[in-house]
Design a protein around this ligand. Structure first.
Ligand code: FPP
Length: 253
């Protein structure tokens, strides 16, 4: 690693775009849902790995605000898969000390799903081994727009002056504001895009892309990403010399 102090060797927060389920199924001449089901198993492997390695926060992009535009049959089947996974896994996640949270626009889900989301959150809220954030009906632009709207509302009701609005205040309104920002972003499936995921929160996140399709994601590939991360120098806009001298701590975000 060049000059800089080693970054904390392990990310405290990993955010993942789980892409490639459909292609994985296509390669096997199976329906897309078979890929999503295999993707759900990869989710379990990833949670296991993070728990075993003491990674404090895992954020998974399960369903984007744009995914509602997929064929109705696929959307319905995905909802069924999410419900099944929620019903099956929450007890076990709770037993293992995982706090489950959802980010995104809940109002678009059927009432039964929202009820289970709420219940899972309430049930696991006190857990501290790991926070698992599931982004569902989530979009990064929507997240920022809603944060702006919340501040605008406070200006309108007279409790906030426009000149008081700064990065810190807006940052307190976006999703995951109470958690450290992601240290490492992973996208599987070969595309090198952020696709409207956590636009605000990823400002200084290290990005890692792999061609591996999500259902094939496993501990060995996650370890590759962690090894790559451990070798990176995070400068947060400063110089290597400043980071090495440790004189700029107060300037770091
Ligand atoms: C992207 O692959 C994946 C999704 C839109 C769904 C993600 C869902 C899972 C991983 C299943 C279970 C998740 C939870 C949280 C229980 P794609 O369909 O876009 O794949 P493609 O690009 O190959 O078509």
């Amino acid at each position: 690693m060049p000059n800089g102090i080693p970054a904390p060797r392990q990310p405290g927060h990993i955010a993942i775009i789980m892409d490639g389920n459909g292609r994985w199924a296509q390669q096997r001449r199976r329906p897309r849902m078979i890929g999503h089901r295999a993707g759900a198993r990869a989710v379990n492997r990833t949670i296991d790995f993070c728990l075993q390695h003491g990674i404090g926060v895992l954020t998974l992009f399960a369903f984007s605000s744009e995914n509602w535009g997929r064929p109705q049959e696929e959307v319905d089947a995905l909802m069924k898969l999410f419900l099944g996974a929620l019903d099956r896994e929450v007890d076990e996640l709770h037993r293992r000390g995982v706090s489950v949270r959802f980010i995104g626009d809940r109002s678009r889900f059927a009432a039964g799903i929202v009820q289970r989301m709420d219940r899972s959150e309430q049930r696991t809220a006190g857990n501290s081994a790991m926070v698992l954030n599931i982004a569902a009906s989530y979009g990064g632009r929507q997240d920022i727009a809603l944060a702006a709207r919340a501040l605008a509302q406070r200006v309108a009701d007279g409790s906030l002056q426009p000149e008081q609005i700064d990065e810190e205040l807006l940052g307190q309104q976006v999703a995951l504001a109470d958690l450290p920002a992601p240290d490492l972003f992973i996208r599987t499936g070969g595309d090198t895009r952020i696709s409207n995921f956590l636009l605000w929160q990823l400002a200084y996140t290290e990005l890692w892309f792999t061609d591996v399709l999500w259902p094939d994601f496993d501990a060995a590939i996650l370890q590759q990403a962690l090894d790559d991360f451990a070798g990176r120098e995070r400068r947060f806009g400063l110089t290597s010399a400043q980071i090495a001298a440790g004189t700029a701590q107060s300037a770091l975000p």
